[in-house]
Write a protein that binds this ligand. Structure first.
Ligand SMILES: Cc1cc2nc3c(=O)[nH]c(=O)nc-3n(C[C@H](O)[C@H](O)[C@H](O)COP(=O)(O)OP(=O)(O)OC[C@H]3O[C@@H](n4cnc5c(N)ncnc54)[C@H](O)[C@@H]3O)c2cc1C
Length: 386
């Protein structure tokens, strides 16, 4: 039995990290006339629950680094604040660079990171080969390592925010699919669902890779492309050291990090066609594992424990879209995080509470990440996308 109320002030569409964090941060400000709608049976079954859990400062743009500088400390405070453990670990991220173009790009990135107080280390190829002897790294020219990058549990973060929001008075409903959004004279009036209609003044679209589909309901086209990404975990690998970093072979978009007693590894298929398919592509898994074993030969002896696929939500400049859309009064976006949104979920929810309650984000100026930037050609390209 679903308990969809007849009306509320704010409807949040989507129960991934963005929706959950937005609901919690609104409630923290005393705004509890909020209903969060998720169509799946549980929260966090979209991109958030399928993600690699990586959290990092190593980005190539000022705004992404600043988002991390606010968001990662929120994850450090998370358990104290919400009571939910999120298995934080700080193995650091190590980017491996195998061509001169990337070396030059990452040199610039590191300079920018240093200017913002993020003290990423620069390693030569020899240093990498000495530090991580498990890698077959003859072709690695250099690398960047930041020890303050790490991992957290995505499901813990979603459910921690959902439960804390509920305790503060927010209504959060699963198995409630939004099927339409009603407007009158370009002003939000209601949301239609498979459980009935709910009147409201404000809609926050936090539908992740499906944000474009939701946005069509108000005739606001979004440049957010869903693209499948997949990964797998291995059976225990006792020879992987405790301090093994989150390693990214940047040119191949191939990565590994410790997961339990084994490894999690993924590789992005540059030829993947956009779409909503979330089935594991076995041919690509084969290609991925060939490349993975070549880079980390000890993987050859490991078994496959589990594999799954999820969707990136890619914008043309690999940055998210924040704030109110001027075409429809009461319509807000927090979407398009382009494959690195889990780590920015905490700050994104806080900023959304400011957009909704104060008319602008004040903790951090993200006005350059508005919806209008696409029409006005104000794109800011992020290079460190995996
Ligand atoms: C394979 C993979 C690895 C990744 N690795 C990382 C990583 O290491 N670090 C990182 O920071 N990020 C990573 N990401 C990206 C990250 O997962 C996303 O950026 C982030 O989770 C987006 O959160 P969200 O809340 O916007 O979307 P989602 O978690 O997808 O939530 C959106 C929700 O909306 C619901 N929904 C959609 N349509 C409707 C509707 N009509 N009605 C009701 N509900 C609806 C969906 O069911 C879903 O639960 C990865 C992503 C993938 C796919």
């Amino acid at each position: 039995m679903n308990n969809l109320p007849a009306s509320t002030q704010i409807v949040i569409i989507g129960g991934g990290v963005m929706g959950a964090s937005t609901a919690y941060h609104l409630a923290l400000r005393g705004c509890t006339d909020v209903v969060l709608l998720e169509r799946e049976q549980f929260f966090g079954l979209g991109a958030t629950g399928r993600c690699a859990g990586g959290i990092r400062y190593q980005f190539s743009t000022d705004i992404n680094i600043r988002l991390s500088q606010l968001s990662l400390p929120m994850l450090e405070r998370f358990e104290d604040e919400t009571g939910q453990a999120i298995d934080l670990q700080w193995p650091g991220y190590l980017f491996l660079l195998t061509n001169e173009y990337d070396v030059a790009k990452f040199q610039r990135n590191v300079t920018l990171q240093h200017s913002l107080g993020i003290l990423t280390a620069w390693f030569t190829g020899d240093e990498i080969r000495r530090r991580i002897p498990q890698l077959a790294a003859d072709d690695v020219i250099a690398g960047t390592y930041h020890k303050g990058d790490g991992l957290a549990d995505p499901n813990g973060v979603v459910n921690g925010y959902i439960n804390a929001a509920r305790r503060l008075g927010v209504i959060t409903l699963t198995e409630t699919a939004v099927t339409g959004i009603e407007t009158k004279n370009d002003v939000i009036t209601a949301v239609r669902t498979n459980q009935g209609t709910i009147q409201c003044d404000i809609v926050v679209n936090a539908a992740g890779p499906w944000a474009g589909v939701v946005s069509e309901m108000v005739d606001v086209p979004l440049p957010i492309t869903p693209v499948k990404r997949q990964m797998l975990t291995t059976t225990p690998m006792p020879n992987i050291p405790e301090d093994f970093p989150f390693i990214i072979d940047f040119a191949q978009s191939l990565y590994f990090h410790r997961e339990g007693n084994g490894l999690l590894t993924g590789m992005s298929n540059p030829y993947e066609k956009p779409g909503f398919d979330q089935n594991v592509d076995e041919d690509w898994e084969f290609t991925h594992m060939e490349a993975a074993i070549k880079r980390l030969p000890m993987l050859e002896k490991a078994g496959r424990q589990a594999g799954w696929a999820g969707l990136y939500e890619i914008t043309p400049d690999a940055h998210p879209i924040f704030g109110e859309v001027e075409q429809v009064d009461g319509y807000f976006l927090v979407a398009g995080f382009s494959g690195h949104g889990f780590m920015h979920g905490p700050i994104a929810g806080l900023l959304m509470s400011e957009f909704v309650l104060d008319g602008a984000a004040t903790t951090l100026d993200v006005s350059m990440l508005d919806y209008q930037r696409f029409a006005e050609g104000r794109l800011i390209q992020e290079y460190n996308v995996v």
